[in-house]
Design a protein around this ligand. Structure first.
Ligand code: GDP
Length: 432
């Protein structure tokens, strides 16, 4: 869904905390000018930047809420923001949503608060991305690897390159104006080559130390796949420590991908139990098998589960091949799987977890940065690398520097390309 921009004058609301039961829930309301009825019902009209506790009568019920009011421009979005801290109950939250809609305030789209913050120049695009990835990070290591990105250290390095490019472009442009004087050219040419080399080194330094992140990488996906009845659901329940997936002797019981979360040494991973792969006349089961195929394609690690009494000759792509139902077999036999387990008794499952941990381990020798920024830096490095030789040296170097400047300025959002902005902000959660 694209972030609508033509109605930027609308007032919007969004839940800033997860929907569920908790001590409090925070609902954020933002608007360049918030509806008069809303402002007066909270007695906010003449009280800029205030906070107070108030029992508010919503539609059907009332709740004692903490109200915070941040008057424009001193707020996250740069607009007027009211935060309603109510009791953390989905019924109360829904009631407040309806109450807000009664004033003509609509629900925000994903990332709309941050998009407004960007458009009102409260944050830059790279800061917006750092906020989004910071929320998604599933481990301390991810957050630590993102530190340079989130703290603005990377922005400083890029700023330095930007200044160097601008400085060189000025020299080059003045050089082009006086290009008839041959001996002056020679001196300047050397200087320019040195300058371009320095920019190239700085860009490559970033490429060497940073890696692009995608949201997929922040929460690795593990998928259990295999034929029906091999024990995938039993293993899934054992791993998530709950009876989530149906275990049955009847083949073909799992239809949808059942998902659960696991924490492996502080790394949050998502594990999925899938429909067993087999030829079947059932249309519903076939639809389930299609979902298995796409879950396998998306997964970071596929665990193929086999019944040790019926090992397959060939399997689709998998990272770990486990033979299950070890408790039912003669343990002295030798098997060709990577690991032998019993999902029923838990035997061997520790070894499987260790194998998974190794595969989802984050390489923390790199800093992380968004794919968008990484691409702009690598494209810039390519342009500069090609600029170091060739004919029409001055003209080419000047044009290349102009192109690099466009790319680098885009990192901060020095453009108004609506499509790119939508792509960035629609990946945010609602309320951010
Ligand atoms: P799925 O279709 O691959 O998800 O398989 P299920 O988890 O539903 O299991 C199919 C049948 O195999 C059930 O009766 C399970 O109790 C049984 N089963 C699963 N794992 C084991 C195991 O390690 N040992 C034994 N003996 N039975 C198992």
């Amino acid at each position: 869904m694209a972030v609508a921009d033509n109605n930027r004058t609308d007032s919007i609301y969004g839940l800033a905390t997860p929907l569920g039961r908790s001590a409090i829930s925070v609902i954020r309301v933002s608007g360049a000018s918030l509806p008069v009825g809303f402002m007066s019902s909270l007695s906010l009209s003449n009280r800029p930047n205030t906070r107070f506790v108030k029992t508010i009568k919503f539609k059907e019920l009332s709740d004692q809420c903490l109200i915070l009011y941040f008057k424009s421009p001193n707020s996250y979005t740069g607009e007027n923001i009211v935060e309603i801290h109510c009791h953390g109950n989905p019924v109360i939250v829904t009631e407040i949503f309806e109450w807000l809609e009664g004033f003509g305030i609509r629900e925000a789209e994903p990332g709309e608060f941050s998009k407004r913050a960007y458009l009102n120049e409260r944050i830059t695009l790279d800061q917006a991305e750092a906020i989004s990835f910071g929320i998604e990070a599933g481990s301390l290591k991810d957050l630590a690897s993102m530190d340079a990105f989130r703290s603005g250290k990377l922005a400083k390095k890029i700023e330095k390159i930007l200044k160097a490019c601008e400085g060189m472009l000025i020299v080059l442009e003045s050089q082009l104006d006086f290009s008839e004087e041959e001996d002056v050219d020679e001196v300047k040419k050397e200087e320019i080559i040195i300058g371009l080399r320095k920019i190239s080194t700085d860009l490559n330094e970033i490429l060497k130390n940073y890696r692009p992140i995608t949201k997929k990488q922040l929460k690795p996906k593990i998928v259990l796949a295999g034929k029906p009845n091999v024990g995938k659901s039993t293993l899934f329940n054992y791993l998530v420590g709950d009876n989530v997936a149906i275990v049955s002797d009847e083949p073909g019981t799992t239809r949808d991908v059942v998902r659960g979360d696991l924490y492996l040494d502080g790394v949050e991973v998502e594990i999925g139990d899938t429909a067993g792969i087999r030829k079947t006349p059932s249309e519903v089961e076939r639809a389930g098998i299609e979902k298995t195929t796409s879950a396998v394609e998306e997964a970071n690690v596929v665990i193929w589960v086999s019944d040790l009494s019926d090992l397959e000759v060939s399997r689709p792509r998998c990272e770990i091949w486990v033979g299950n139902k070890l408790d039912k077999t003669n343990k002295t036999s030798s098997f060709i799987c990577d690991l032998l387990i019993s999902a029923k008794t838990g035997e061997g499952v520790d070894l499987l977890i260790n194998e998974v941990k190794k595969r989802v381990k984050i390489d923390d020798s790199y800093h992380l940065v968004s794919e968008r920024i990484y691409k702009k830096v690598s494209n810039s490095a390519e342009i500069i690398a090609q600029s170091l030789g060739g004919d029409d040296f001055y003209e080419k170097a000047a044009q290349d520097l102009r192109d690099v400047l466009v790319l680098i300025k885009d990192i901060y959002g020095d453009f108004s390309n609506e499509k790119i902005l939508d792509e960035i902000f629609q990946n945010f959660c609602i309320g951010k």
